[in-house]
Design a protein around this ligand. Structure first.
Ligand SMILES: [Zn+2]
Length: 195
């Protein structure tokens, strides 16, 4: 992980997902979902699939698509712009992909209990529905007003502006903005004294 998690990531797995692809200075980028193995590991670490899970590339692609839809919805929310119908459809399809209501069970020694159905074949669906649920809850809550994209180019990570006017995802991005500003200020002073 080349950058520490942005504010809000710990509370929202959907922000975590949105930020799993990072644009770094110098045209470099880092994608935590670059392969089926990386994607599986990303989900295991976050407790979204069990330890023994092994996703195929088909499932990796579905997760990457959901990430792009969540990023588009975040962008619409942060900028107050309309969101495409396909984006809503994609997030809603993920929401509906797995049952989110714990069903009633009964076992002689345990009695009645409720538990989510977790068929082994639906690991990806469960992970996607939890990520989509988090995104839907965030986007429709008052907290959505805090959602912003990092302003330190080329970074495109999302964050919750929990620290007042802070508009970047990490101290590293903040330092880069400050360094760029002071360079621009010095340069304009030099230019005006040269003129
Ligand atoms: Zn940033």
């Amino acid at each position: 992980m080349p950058l520490p998690p942005s504010p809000g990531t710990a509370q929202h797995c959907s922000i975590d997902l949105a930020n799993s692809e990072i644009q770094l200075p110098g045209g470099k980028s880092f994608d935590a979902l670059a392969s089926p193995e990386d994607t599986t590991q990303w989900l295991i670490v976050r407790g979204l699939v069990p330890q023994e899970a092994a996703l195929q590339s088909y499932c990796q692609n579905r997760l990457v698509t959901l990430r792009s839809q969540i990023r588009k919805a975040f962008h619409a929310s942060a900028t107050g712009t309309p969101v495409a119908r396909e984006v809503l459809q994609g997030i809603n399809a993920a929401l509906l992909a797995a049952p989110s209501t714990p069903l009633l069970h009964h076992e002689p020694d345990k009695g009645f209990f409720r538990a989510l159905e977790h068929p082994a074949t639906q690991l990806t669906e469960h992970a996607m529905s939890r990520l989509a649920e988090d995104a839907a809850a965030l986007l429709s809550s008052e907290e959505a007003g805090l959602l912003a994209q990092c302003e330190a180019e080329p970074c495109t990570r999302y964050l919750l502006k929990t620290h007042g006017r802070r508009h970047w995802c990490s101290t590293r991005c903040g330092d880069r903005v400050r360094a760029a500003r002071s360079y621009a200020k010095k340069k304009s002073q030099q230019d005006s004294s040269a003129a």
